[in-house]
Design a protein around this ligand. Structure first.
Ligand code: 6PG
Length: 245
């Protein structure tokens, strides 16, 4: 199932996303005793993180039962300004009472292949021989259609076996580590956050164009049993042919 909700502003989008995360955390903890969430990089999630780590929402989550993963990482040390972990730590993780051993970061400081193998081991340990079905994976979308670090025309987006891969992305002149479609499509829910006029054209291509993941990688996110939810601000939604009400 795919659902799209359009919010009037980026701030409204962040607030809706924060409430969505809290609600999913409640459900997962009530039903399964713990909540696993993968964070994304980029700039859009910052405001979401800040809302989750401040009153009133910070007090609505049982952080002791939250397990944090990452959808992708830049191959840089954790204190580098480009690190997704660093952004998440500054805006969310350092401000909420999550047991440190429940924060599973991609180790961008390692050689890329080693970092991918290390993260596969971390996921394997958490899921204990079960398939890697995260409760919620947060995703962004670039104006070139990439999501996580699945970039147009590269191989990671076609991966069918491995859970985590490393790939050099010439477009951003950097190695990246990313969850593959295997894990993205095993989630209970993938939640895209998309804001800004620069995304409007690609959002229309992804949601309303033919399936062409080499050109619009976000289209590979089609969970087998789970849901895809899009929270989009009005400027990003402005080119959709038939915006839902
Ligand atoms: C990253 C990402 C990436 C991001 C998109 C959207 O590490 O860069 O996880 O997939 O989500 O590029 O980024 P913005 O939110 O900055 O538009």
């Amino acid at each position: 199932m795919t659902a799209i909700r359009i919010l009037p502003t980026a701030a409204a989008l962040a607030e809706a996303a924060a409430r969505h995360v809290v609600e999913r955390a409640h459900t997962a903890i009530r039903e399964r005793g713990r909540f696993s969430i993968a964070l994304s990089g980029g700039s859009t999630p910052r405001d979401l993180h800040l809302r989750l780590s401040s009153p009133p929402l910070i007090d609505e989550v049982d952080w002791a039962r939250v397990h944090v993963f990452f959808g992708d990482e830049r191959c840089v040390p954790a204190d580098d300004a480009r690190s997704n972990y660093r952004m998440a730590d500054e805006t969310l993780l350092s401000k909420v009472p999550i047991p440190p051993e429940q924060i599973h970061r991609m180790r961008g400081e390692l050689p890329p292949e080693e970092a991918a193998a290390d993260y596969t081991r971390q996921l394997t340990a958490y899921f204990d021989r079960e398939p890697p079905g995260l409760d919620l994976i947060l995703l962004g979308m670039g104006d070139n259609g990439h999501t996580a670090s699945l970039f147009p025309g590269l191989t990671a987006l076609h991966e069918q076996q491995r859970w985590v891969v490393a790939e050099y992305v010439a477009e951003v002149s950097m190695w990246r580590i990313t969850l593959t479609p295997v894990v993205l499509n095993m989630a209970r829910e993938d939640l895209f956050l998309v804001a800004g006029a620069a995304k409007a054209h690609m959002l229309r291509q992804v949601l309303e164009g033919p399936y062409a993941p080499d050109e619009r990688p976000a289209q590979v996110v089609r969970p087998t049993l789970g849901e895809v939810f899009w929270l989009v601000d009005a400027t990003a939604a402005s080119e959709l042919a038939a915006p839902p009400g």
